[in-house]
Design a protein around this ligand. Sequence first.
Ligand code: ME8
Length: 513
Amino acid sequence: MKKYYLTTPIYYPSDNLHIGHTYTTVAADTLKRFKKLLGYDVFFTTGTDEHGQKIQEKAKENNTTPKAYVDSIVADIKELWKMLEIDYDAFIRSTDPHHERCVQDIFTKLYEKGEIYKSKYKGHYCTPCEAFWSESQLVDGKCPDCGRPTHIAEEEAYFFKLSKYRDRLLKLYEDNPDFIQPESRKNEMINNFLKEGLEDLCVTRTSFDWGIKVPFDEKHVVYVWIDALSCYLTALGYGTDDESNFEKYWPADVHLVGKEIVRFHTIIWPALLMALDIELPKKVFGHGWILFDDDKMSKSKGNIIYPEPIIELYGIDAFKYFLLREFSFGQDGTFTREKFLQRLNSDLANDLGNLVSRTISMVEKYNDGIIPAPGIEEEIDDSLKELAIGVADKVEAFVDKLNFSQAIEEIWKLVRRSNKYVDETMPWILAREGNTERLNTVLYNLSESLRLISILIKPFMDKTSSEIRRQLGLKDEVKWADALTWGLLKPETKTEKGQIIFPRLDIDKELVK
Ligand code: ME8
């Protein structure tokens, strides 16, 4: 069985997670479901990056300890993933004792190998972002990430010899054209960071103590990236007595991340792994940002949309569908409630919902709820069948490129084609004319098309897939290969009329909710 290891970023539990974090996690979850359906043995890691100055300050503001502070946020995050039925295999917390021990071992190993050395760090420090910047990186003298003022800070610190990996990184990108996706991000990394040469990386802090201590020099704590990135290894038990998952699943097949942390994943991470003689991940995909009012949603800016109220009103499937269909995965996109509601109405109520309800109703009305055996064939049937059996391969190819939006669009071509087929064949006229042979073919083809759709949408909309299958009288288990063949639906299957799967919404009324 082929293995597949995928990860989301290890999120900061400085506040509750918003729709942006949900976006990456929903994409990862869908990818996992997809690969599983294709027969892969999949391991999916997510988690929380709990150390650092920001969390320490947050805890202080809330009159509590950092650990108590993150414990409560982590509980909410797990609740959110449960609500969304996120099927992760490991939730790694950077405060997990085995992770902390392993980071100390990694740090010591790198120090002993001469990959880490002690020196002094002076730079422009942005406290909210916990980042040191060089003069050239500042934008108008301010932090390039959040635009706030920085101050000069100096401290004794340990450095990782990142600079020596420049050529090996360039070679890595050249030899593995898929390593950084989308392509544009690779050019950014080369032009903005590697071209002019890399500086060694400061990997410890003494300005706060909420972090993993350097084991041989306890006034230093390991600064965020070695700690956070190592979570991808420790989630697999790396550095523990049981490394079986690490042996089985590493290297990662893909790290899904937002575009702002591609640099850490494609420069620092492979360099660290090279220094540790650990195999490199195969791909890092830096997706775009979900914007709100054309600005990046972020906890520090406070312009945030939380997923829970949307899910409560419209359900998991509508929400997941929207995230993956509306935004092109590599690019930024703006979230508005109008767009969300319009998509619900057009794609889910009018296209899919309508196809399900009219198909099941017609089978009920014209054939007592029994799927008939097809009778007379006509040319028009072929165009539906040909389109239908080609969809699964197209979806697979698009998901492989992490182009979820286009993958869904391919499925919707079949949904829309099937609706058009109803209008073209007009089963109500066939019924009125008593043309049962032809009517049976039309009813069969529509039901069969729905069977294929129920498989194709399974990784994206699990509940909807199950409901369609229930109404079609089919078992909930699906095999991807069954979406490649036309005619597997057995005549005589008894359908079961159910509720409308996506009722049409009155957008004006919804907007005031
Ligand atoms: O960066 N649009 O954690 P973080 C799309 N702890 N995605 C968004 C988003 C938005 N508006 N906002 C956040 C960290 N994300 C580090 C990671 S990994 C070893 C350490 C998603 O809580 C996106 O995946 O700031 C982004 O990269 C991540 O959340 C940042 O999460």
